[in-house]
Design a binder for this molecule. Structure first.
Ligand code: DX5
Ligand code: ZN
Length: 224
């Protein structure tokens, strides 16, 4: 199933619930929340208090993307704040299996993320244990960057491995998703499409959601 996950990184942080609920009413089904610590990535964003504040106003699943060092230490705080999905970077986890088990043991869905230069092969022994894989199609840290086309090969590779091994993880893509890139991402096999700038960056955010979903759904139906 195709799902659009608007990233609040490009929203007005002073008016989050006002900005987020219209895009969910327009058809987006997941809210993507980018957590950055100034160490794993060169930017600092938000922590559990903002997730808890959003939780009170948002019914849709909260998809928390941890771009932080030592993510294991913060999993309980984000789950207590109301996170439904939590993803951690392969590059940030020495004990990835332990971290994934930790997320699931607390009742959230567990995702693993790879940066543009990290091969899919590094996930070979964790694919059975995750609910979703997030392929970064930009280098993490900032919204509004240009989509890196060679990351499409990794989405295709993941979709092939999933079919070959009859696995159930979903494939999410994050970075530079817009009207001119969403079709290729869906054709490659992505089903959960994160979009920040393309939703909140300009124009009517509800109309942006409807247009992105329409292009994505047509691409998915042609693929099926
Ligand atoms: C980047 C973040 C993304 C970002 C996407 O580090 O993980 O979620 O908000 O923003 P756009 O869609 O503007 O590239
Ligand atoms: Zn993200």
């Amino acid at each position: 199933m195709i799902e659009l996950a608007p990233s609040i990184l490009s929203a007005d942080f002073a008016r989050l619930s006002e900005q987020v609920n219209p895009v969910l009413e327009a058809g987006a089904t997941v809210l993507h929340i980018d957590v950055m610590d100034g160490h794993f990535v060169p930017n600092i964003t938000i922590g559990p208090p903002v997730v808890a504040a959003l939780r009170k106003h948002v019914k849709a699943p909260l998809d928390v993307h941890l771009m932080i060092e030592n993510p294991d230490n913060y999993i309980p705080a984000f789950i207590d704040a109301g996170a439904d999905w939590i993803s951690v970077h392969q590059e940030a986890c020495v004990h990835l299996d332990r971290v994934v088990q930790h997320i699931r043991s607390r009742g959230a869905l567990a995702g693993v993320v790879i940066n543009p230069a990290t091969p899919v092969a590094t996930l070979s022994d964790i694919l059975e244990a995750v609910d979703y894989v997030l392929v970064m199609s930009v280098n993490p840290g900032f919204g509004g960057q240009k989509f890196i086309p060679r990351t499409l090969g990794k989405i295709r590779h993941l979709a092939e491995l999933r079919a070959q091994r009859s696995l159930g993880f979903r494939i999410e893509v994050d970075g530079g998703i817009a009207l001119d890139t969403i079709e290729a991402a869906v054709q490659a096999g992505a089903e959960i499409l994160v979009a920040g700038n393309a939703v909140f960056g300009r124009g009517d955010s509800r109309q942006n959601v409807r247009e992105l979903l329409q292009v994505a759904r047509v691409a998915a139906s042609l693929k099926a």
